[in-house]
Design a protein around this ligand. Structure first.
Ligand SMILES: *[C@@H]1O[C@H](CO)[C@@H](O)[C@H](O)[C@H]1NC(C)=O
Ligand SMILES: *[C@@H]1O[C@H](CO)[C@@H](O)[C@H](O)[C@H]1NC(C)=O
Ligand SMILES: *[C@@H]1O[C@H](CO)[C@@H](O)[C@H](O)[C@H]1NC(C)=O
Length: 531
């Protein structure tokens, strides 16, 4: 009997010992791909992590975008596409290396075996729940502890965006980086490199998710306690307290974002910081007429909208393409623009053609946008007006989630051309309704910075913390309709965060609620050429 128990525990013990640990290598080479299955994105990546010498090599799309950080020499080289050419820039200074291995192995829980990419693997997991939405993060290693895959299904804290499925595959992994030393050779194109500001690397902090979140929330909570004490705040209920805490966090963000920008004035905390925007506007700010944005074009702006339908949803006419996914790239403005042109072209010419966001990412730099670094629908339309063949189809110029060389001189098959575009009267929700009803889907810019927007699932989004000033707008989306739901007026809005987000990729944004989130602050739509 005793012998049997002993045997059993030995067996158990040897099983436990056989479970490989998560890697904690200080030097490694990896080659693989970053994948967004939803939008068929496979981004090849090659990376050397060398924390012993404080330097790093990262290449996306097999050399289309290379970053070499010599933090040991206080210098970084970046070789990447700008308009029609590859360009090298340098950035002096030190920074943080990007580690694509779990940085806090102890926060990952062993979660059994399975098969990934044809390999028998051991899985480690993290589960994070925020705003009632749970995200799963899995890291898989083979029997020798060699990384095979990182799989994320949930809210994308990593890139500060939206719920989605992201997969990082490790195809080659080696802790002996000496055979890859040549990758650290500075490319000759960098001999006359210009200095440029530092860029955020898309993989920075990929695995410290849970720790970050916890410490972030704990820190905010501590500061809120100090704030309440300083301004003698007392709240009547837990609900009110929670509401005020959200306002407080939003105020902190507004202040920090503003103060980080170059400006003639600075912002700071005060006794208004726990009020919502709406409370503040009705209680405190005097009412002033909103001036028109320079260059805005007037279209019917009468409040009586009797001639147009009370509900519009352009999906019913078949004038909206399936929801797309911008992934890890600040290219929302291209999706809003293509969406509006896909729609207005369908309304005008009776044909729904999916159009290329990548062409706008790569080429609208010519008219003032910055690819994955951000841009404007107006700049996209100005670019399409001047492009040799207008804008290409999605299929002929597919999405890369990354700045690429502008291909518009390479006989890209033309998708759609335009003759101009319209800026809808800024601040007028009635004008926006008119534009949607008469022209088709309209590109709009909104304030998507309030934390809970990224966890939106259903209902009419009307968080009063949302701002509507031109400077508050940080996300371009597509208004494809409007209507009223359970007594609340809404704009029906298509986002570019996959169907994993929102209501199958859509959100109902409050309408006739003082231009909440800036829905009507900067709308515009293109005028397609009539076939
Ligand atoms: C700067 O470099 C030093 C030494 O190489 C390193 O220890 C430190 O963490 C670096 N700072 C940042 C911000 O990465
Ligand atoms: C681990 O956990 C995830 C949820 O995070 C689950 O989907 C998966 O099947 C589990 N098992 C393995 C072996 O990874
Ligand atoms: C539309 O608005 C933008 C931003 O204010 C401006 O640059 C552009 O010239 C305007 N275009 C038209 C056609 O009014």
């Amino acid at each position: 009997m005793n012998k049997f128990i002993l045997l059993l525990s030995l067996v158990t013990l040897s099983c436990v010992l056989a479970i490989p640990q998560l890697p904690t290598d200080q030097q490694y080479y990896m080659k693989g791909s970053f994948n967004i299955p939803y939008f068929n994105i496979v981004e090849p990546i090659e990376l050397i992590y060398d924390s012993v010498n404080n330097r790093q090599y990262i290449s996306y799309y097999n050399g289309m975008d290379i970053t070499i950080n010599f933090y040991n020499q206080d210098n970084t080289y970046n070789v990447g596409p700008v308009k029609y050419d590859m360009v090298c820039t340098t950035t002096p200074g030190n920074g943080s290396l990007v580690n694509v291995l779990p940085t806090e192995p102890s926060s990952w829980v062993y979660n059994g075996t399975s098969t990934v990419n044809g390999v028998s693997v051991y899985g480690y997991s993290q589960k994070v729940t925020e705003y009632g939405r749970t995200g799963f993060y899995n890291f898989f290693v083979d029997e020798n502890g060699v990384p095979v895959q990182f799989y994320m299904d949930g809210v994308d804290y990593v890139f500060g965006s939206h719920p989605d499925v992201y997969v990082l595959n490790f195809d080659v992994y080696s802790t002996d980086i000496s055979s890859y030393e040549s990758l650290f050779t500075v490319p000759t194109i960098c001999n006359d490199a210009q200095e440029a500001p530092a860029q955020e690397n898309e993989f920075s902090g990929i695995f410290s998710i849970a720790d970050n979140l916890k410490t972030k929330e704990e820190k905010a909570s501590k500061l809120f306690n100090e704030y309440k004490a300083e301004y003698n705040k007392e709240y009547s209920s837990q609900d009110e307290h929670d509401e005020r805490f959200i306002n407080f966090k939003s105020a902190r963000k507004t202040i920090a974002v503003h103060n980080a920008k170059k400006s003639s004035y600075k912002l700071g905390m005060n006794h208004y910081a726990d009020l919502s925007n709406k409370e503040f506007n009705t209680l405190i700010k005097p009412k002033v007429a909103r001036p028109l944005v320079n260059g805005a074009e007037y279209i019917h702006d009468d409040e009586s909208t009797t001639a147009i339908p009370s509900t519009v949803d352009w999906r019913i006419q078949g004038c909206v393409t399936p929801v797309k996914d911008q992934g890890v790239c600040g290219s929302c403005w291209t999706f809003g623009s293509t969406g509006s042109l896909e729609g207005t072209n369908c309304v005008t010419n009776g044909e729904l053609v999916s159009l290329s966001e990548q062409q706008l990412v790569d080429c609208a730099i010519l008219t003032g946008s910055q690819g994955c670094g951000g841009g404007f629908a107006s700049s996209a339309f100005e670019y399409i007006m001047q492009a040799p063949n207008g804008i290409a189809t999605e299929d002929s110029y597919p999405y890369l989630m990354q700045n690429g060389l502008c291909q518009d001189r390479n006989n890209t098959p033309s998708g759609v051309t335009i003759t101009g575009y319209v800026n809808v009267t800024s601040g007028s929700e009635a004008a926006l309704v008119n534009a949607i009803a008469t022209a088709g889907p309209v590109a709009i810019a909104i304030d998507a910075s309030v934390d809970d927007f990224r966890y939106y699932i259903s209902g009419v989004y009307n968080n009063p913390a949302c701002q509507n000033g031109l400077d508050d707008l940080d996300h371009e989306v597509l208004a494809i309709g409007y209507g009223t739901y359970q007594g609340q007026d809404y704009f029906l809005v298509k986002n570019s965060w996959s169907t994993n987000w929102g209501q199958n990729g859509y959100v109902f944004m409050a309408r006739n609620d003082n231009n909440l989130c800036g829905v009507a602050t900067s709308p515009n739509y293109p005028i397609p050429t009539k076939n």
